[in-house]
Design a protein around this ligand. Structure first.
Ligand code: C2E
Ligand code: CA
Ligand code: CA
Ligand code: CA
Length: 279
C-alpha cells in the first residue's frame, strides 16, 4: 500500500510539473506578445433591434500565438491579471480601439460606437482614469463614441469605488455598461447610483429563452428592470431567430451574437456595415 501511495504521489507531482511548466511557458510567451505584435482586436457588431442597424461593436482581443494558434482571452486574460500584465494589455486594447475609432471617422463610420472591456484588476488601479485620459488625448478619440464595459461582479465587488470611477469616466464623456448582467449579485440601490447607460444580459439567460425556463424568466425580468431604471438593454449571445423574436417582443433594445455576426477583423466589420447600408 505504501508503494502504491508513493506512485500515486509521483504521478500527481509529475502532472503538476507538466501543468506548471505549461503555465510558465505561456506566461513567458505572454510577456513577449505585445512587443511581437501578436494581439489583434476583433469587433462584434451590436444591432439595434427596431431599426436593424449596426449601432456599435464590441472590441474583443485575440492572441495569435506563433505555435499554439489562437489563444482564447478566457485563458490569457486571467493569466495576465495574475502575473501583472493586464495593465499593459488593457492599455494596448484601449489605444487600438481609439485608433480604430479615429480611422472609422475618416471612413464615414463615426456613429459606430466601440465598446471596450475593462478587467476587474485594471479597474482597481488608482491611475486607471488618468491613463485612459492620456490615451484619449494622444489618439484624438472621442469618448462619446466609446463605451466602457465592466462586469456586474466587478462593479458590485467594490461598489463604492465603482461609483466614484464611473462618475469620473462619465464626466469625460464615455458611455458605460454593466457586462454579464444576471451572473453576479446586484444591489439595486447601487445600480441606481451607477451613472451607466446600458445593461448587457449575459448569454446564459439568452440561451434558453425559447423554452419556458427560469433563465428565460430572468432575461425578461432584466429587460423590465433596465427599462424601469431608464437604461438601454442589450442581449448577448443571441444565436437564433426565436431568441431574437422574444427579445424584440419584450422590448429589448439591442442584440449581439452569432445570429447576426461573429466577432470579425476591422476590415470585415467595415464591409459588413457598408453592405447592410447598401441594401
Ligand atoms: P465577454 O465580454 O462577455 O464577451 C462576449 C464573448 O461571447 C466573446 O467571447 C464573444 O466572442 C462570445 N460570443 C459572442 N456572441 C456569441 C454567441 O452568439 N454565442 C456564443 N456561444 N458566444 C458568443 P471571447 O471573444 O472569447 O471573449 C471572452 C471573454 O474574454 C469576454 O467575455 C471578456 O470577458 C474577455 N475579453 C475579451 N476581450 C477582452 C479585452 O480586450 N479586455 C478584457 N479585459 N477582457 C476581454
Ligand atoms: Ca464584454
Ligand atoms: Ca459579456
Ligand atoms: Ca462573459
Amino acid at each position: 500500500a505504501q508503494e502504491k501511495g508513493r506512485n500515486t504521489y509521483q504521478f500527481y507531482s509529475q502532472s503538476m510539473n507538466v501543468a506548471l511548466a505549461e503555465r510558465l511557458s505561456l506566461e513567458s510567451d505572454l510577456r513577449q506578445a505585445l512587443e511581437r505584435s501578436e494581439f489583434v482586436l476583433y469587433y462584434q457588431p451590436q444591432v439595434d433591434i427596431r431599426r436593424w442597424e449596426v449601432v456599435g461593436v464590441e472590441a474583443l482581443i485575440r492572441w495569435q500565438h506563433p505555435v499554439r494558434g489562437m489563444v482564447s482571452p478566457l485563458t490569457f486574460i486571467p493569466l495576465a491579471e495574475e502575473v501583472g500584465l493586464i495593465d499593459q494589455i488593457g492599455q494596448w486594447v484601449l489605444r487600438t480601439a481609439c485608433a480604430q475609432q479615429v480611422a472609422w471617422r475618416a471612413y464615414g463610420l463615426s456613429e459606430i460606437s466601440i465598446a471596450i472591456n475593462l478587467s476587474g484588476v485594471q479597474f482597481q488601479q488608482a491611475d486607471l482614469v488618468e491613463s485612459i485620459r492620456t490615451i484619449v488625448r494622444e489618439t484624438g478619440a472621442n469618448p462619446a463614441g466609446l463605451e466602457l464595459e465592466l462586469t456586474e461582479s466587478t462593479a458590485m465587488h467594490d461598489a463604492e469605488n465603482a461609483v466614484v470611477v464611473f462618475q469620473q469616466l462619465k464626466a469625460m464623456g464615455f458611455s458605460l455598461s454593466i457586462d454579464d448582467f444576471g451572473t453576479g449579485y446586484s444591489s439595486l440601490a447601487y445600480l441606481k447610483r451607477f451613472p451607466i447607460d446600458t445593461i448587457k444580459i449575459d448569454r446564459a439567460f439568452v440561451k434558453d429563452l425559447a423554452s419556458e425556463s427560469e433563465q428565460a424568466a430572468i432575461a425578461i425580468a432584466i429587460i423590465a428592470m433596465a427599462h424601469g431604471l431608464k437604461l438601454r438593454v442589450l442581449a448577448e449571445g443571441v444565436e437564433t431567430q426565436p431568441q431574437l423574436d422574444i427579445l424584440r417582443n419584450q422590448g429589448c433594445d439591442a442584440i449581439q451574437g452569432y445570429f447576426f455576426s461573429h466577432p470579425l477583423p476591422a476590415d470585415l466589420v467595415e464591409q459588413l456595415i457598408r453592405d447592410l447600408r447598401a441594401k
